[in-house]
Ligand binder design. Sequence first.
Ligand SMILES: [Zn+2]
Length: 471
Amino acid sequence: MTGDPLEHVIAFWKPMMEVPAVGAPGNVLEPAQTPGHGFGAMAPASEPRRYTIVDGPDRIRIFAAVEPIGAVPPSATVVAEVLDDTGTPYSYVLRHSDNGAVVVPFDPTRAIEAFWHEDYLPRSRRSALPKPLLSFYYTVAKRFMPAVVRQWLRRRLAHRALASPDMLTWPMDQDLDLLQRFLLKALMLAAGRTEVEFVWFWPDRHPWAVTLTHDVETGNGLARVPHVAELERKRGLRSSFNMVPRDYEVPDALVQDLTGDGFEIGVHGYTHDGLLFSSRAVFDERTGTIEAAARRWGAVGFRSPATYRNPDWLPLLPFEYDSSYSNTAPCEPQPGGCGSFFPFAVGRMTELPITLPQDHTLFELLQESGPGTWLSVLSAIKASHGMACVLAHPDPAEGYMGMPENQLAYEAVLDEVAASDAWKALPRDVARWWRARAEASPEAGALMERASLGTARLDAAGRLEIVPPPA
Ligand SMILES: [Zn+2]
């Protein structure tokens, strides 16, 4: 028996409505049970697999254990079809005509967690290279392999990853956000509502949010930090610089200048060797230094080098938030992605996923140029009222924003952000807001300082429209 199947749906939307009654204890129906009324979810014991929910024009890829339904009972109508990974109809989300109950043939809580925990990735794909080869790469090959060979290898792996059906879509993926919309719609149908207000995602009626972050990889990158800060300052923007404790000396005066001027400092691992999560002994040995750096810099945020992550160990680090996950990251050494433009929780920590492709992935691995991809993802995030979490590296090295041609692309993003109606906030402020919103009850949420209400509207064709609070 699982917990509440609507737990994450309610926490995400904070709807101002009475949640409809559910048909069974623990809110989970047994396959043979017919729902009394309200909302029902099934939780079959089968192995989770990939399925696609067809919701009008949206095709939502999920990873879940789905109860098969061969034929639609005469007393029910189809809310959505669920296809298996060959595209064959496998199950249905049904609305029962006699009592209006809506039944989803999987457990929504588990389906949402499958994105956060990146469960959809087969074990064999959780690392770009097998583990022994990976530590060999970091300890030996990276030092002795000619740069041009390393580059060829990484580009080859990147293109192979983009073509893999196991990965989320690139350069953005909205499967989890579409699933959340679909589940709100199912909930509204079950409650007989065509309109529901909810605690809006962002403070001060902002329709979307942007947060800017930088990982400073080397001492050469550190030397360019004041220059990057100036690019932002002159547009009225501020960002966070994540520094590596052991790879270069970070002058206290620089930290004071930046934080005194509204910038934020975060911790970027221990050294940049990519081995922080390679074993518990290594992790434990490094934690003290990471803690000391956080204290010295006044840092409350963390990003793991090369975005290596371990959801069980991350919350053991002394930070309020982490930002090592991505919206979609097929090409990273530890591939994955959460399929969402919104923060979520990793244990006691708030997670701010990187939602725009990193500079290095775009410009070096995939050999793109210019701001085109960045701007198109930014406009998709704006349209979905999500959070743009930008990562660009100040380092003057191949693929990074520190190179003049890439700096121009980054400045185009800054111009777009500066002129926009987004909430432009430091990552720590986004994390604190999201946590406060998550912890508030919907009624209290409406009373939260700086909060307002958005509206979800269901039209006759079954399309859900999300309307931000009026400006
Ligand atoms: Zn880094």
